[in-house]
Design a protein around this ligand. Structure first.
Ligand code: NIG
Ligand code: FE
Length: 422
């Protein structure tokens, strides 16, 4: 059936590449299958895609339908808007003062144990006004959009007090309504133990559960709950307490698991039924099995292992080939372990260090990333009925993205049917 009007028609798409329709995360050999259409067009009505395919087919379907606006992609590559499913977008300050410590070889967890690292950003975030946090986060979000990203997840976790956690989450909520990029929020009161609770981490966990969570839920400030399950941060039992309590408040579990030490975070992700488990560099075979058995999506963050100078990387190939896990990729944008907004740099690192193919990388940054934040039926592929979130790239092929690195290939971005970048 034809529509009575098309608001935006994108023509002269040299190559359209998208995960196939169906809205499910993809893995294994199937994951390599992406639909490719040469000389394509996309018709959009309101916020949604109403038709796409070879341009001559779309045109004959359109007949004499009114077309409000037409834009030419100029023969370029067109893909679904990229999705970044793991960021620590809202925070105060930066940590370049720790660069020399890092370069001299001090480990990440050691800097944290000495009151720096995350705790340094906690001080800066507490000191910042809500308006200042909004301004800073908005600039990062602009960079993401200019890089072709149309939806992101954003975590709290640099407040670590009731008021400061709520402050961070309100900023994300405000940006979601004022900025073209869509944000979905994660409550991460369990990101570190604040100094005022040093040596009383169990009490802090109870504070998170009894004081923070009810407020977060009451104000509808988050969809997910995350915790940094790591040696010297939150133990398996503390992490479990936080995630299980989060579920009582309707918050879906996510977990920073087995990043540095093999603690059993992946196993816990399976046990609590998390939607995703992040990092996973040190995840055990049993942990990967638990992810697969429980439909947990591994969100890999190769920018973090790269920037921490680790020799080890997440076992992406094994996850995909042996465990049939639908791998997603994200920036982990944060002021410590991964200060970059560039998902395109992450794509290059996924190719270099995780040995993912260009098709797997596209899948990991679109439909699988969408699935990791519960949005696979709305975004993540170019599909009739889905949100018209589309990125136009100045690249001749998909493989060109991880190949020609360190620059931004984005030419244009359409978000919810509107031209956001051109
Ligand atoms: O995902 N690992 C814990 N959290 C962040 C880093 C946060 C920071 O260093 O400020 C991460 O890498
Ligand atoms: Fe993170």
């Amino acid at each position: 059936t034809r529509t009575e009007r098309v608001d935006l028609l994108v023509t002269d798409i040299g190559l359209l590449v998208t995960p196939p329709p169906g809205g499910v995360p993809r893995y294994g050999a199937e994951m390599c299958v992406v639909h490719q259409i040469e000389q394509a067009a996309i018709a959009i009505q309101g916020e949604r895609i109403v038709r796409f395919g070879p341009e001559h087919d779309v045109r004959s379907w359109l007949g004499d339908t009114e077309i409000v606006e037409t834009v030419s992609a100029g023969g370029r590559l067109v893909v679904p808007g990229f999705v970044d499913p793991h960021t620590h977008l809202v925070h105060g300050g930066s940590r370049e003062h720790e660069l020399s410590l890092k370069r001299s070889g001090m480990p990440y967890l050691e800097i944290l144990a000495q009151g720096g690292g995350i705790l340094s950003t906690v001080r800066a975030t507490r000191a910042a006004s809500e308006a200042a946090l909004l301004e800073k986060a908005s600039r990062s979000l602009d960079i993401m959009l200019l890089n072709g990203v149309t939806t992101i997840e954003a975590k709290s976790g640099y407040g670590l007090s009731l008021e400061d956690e709520l402050k961070q989450l309100r900023v994300a909520k405000q940006l979601n309504s004022s900025h073209p990029v869509d944000l979905i929020s994660t409550f991460m009161g369990g990101h570190a133990v604040p100094t005022e609770y040093a040596d009383r981490s169990d009490e802090y966990v109870e504070f998170i559960v009894s004081k923070m969570m009810p407020e977060v839920a009451l104000h509808g400030l988050a969809a997910f709950c995350d915790v940094f399950c790591e040696a010297g941060v939150f133990s398996i039992s503390q992490s479990k307490r936080i995630l299980e309590a989060g579920k009582q408040y309707g918050l879906i579990s996510k977990i920073h698991a087995d990043e540095i030490v093999s603690l059993g975070g992946a196993e816990l992700a399976g046990e609590v039924g998390a939607i995703s488990a992040e990092h996973l560099l040190a995840a055990s075979d049993q942990g990967l099995g638990a992810l697969a058995a429980n439909g947990v999506i591994p969100v890999l963050l190769p920018g973090t292992s790269f920037n921490l100078g680790l020799k080890q990387h997440a076992r992406a190939r094994e996850m995909m080939d042996s465990y049939q896990l639908p791998v997603a990729l994200a920036t982990d944008y944060n002021p410590g372990s991964c200060p970059t907004e560039s998902l395109q740099l992450i794509m290059m690192l996924a190719s270099l260090n995780l040995k993912m193919t260009p098709e797997e990388i596209l899948t990991a940054c679109t439909i699988n990333a969408a699935a990791a934040i519960g949005l696979a039926s709305e975004i993540g592929s170019i599909e009739v009925g889905k949100q018209a979130d589309i990125t136009i790239l100045d690249a001749p092929s998909l493989a060109y993205l991880p190949y020609h690195f360190g620059i931004n290939h984005t030419f244009g971005v359409i978000k919810k049917g509107r031209i956001a970048v051109w």
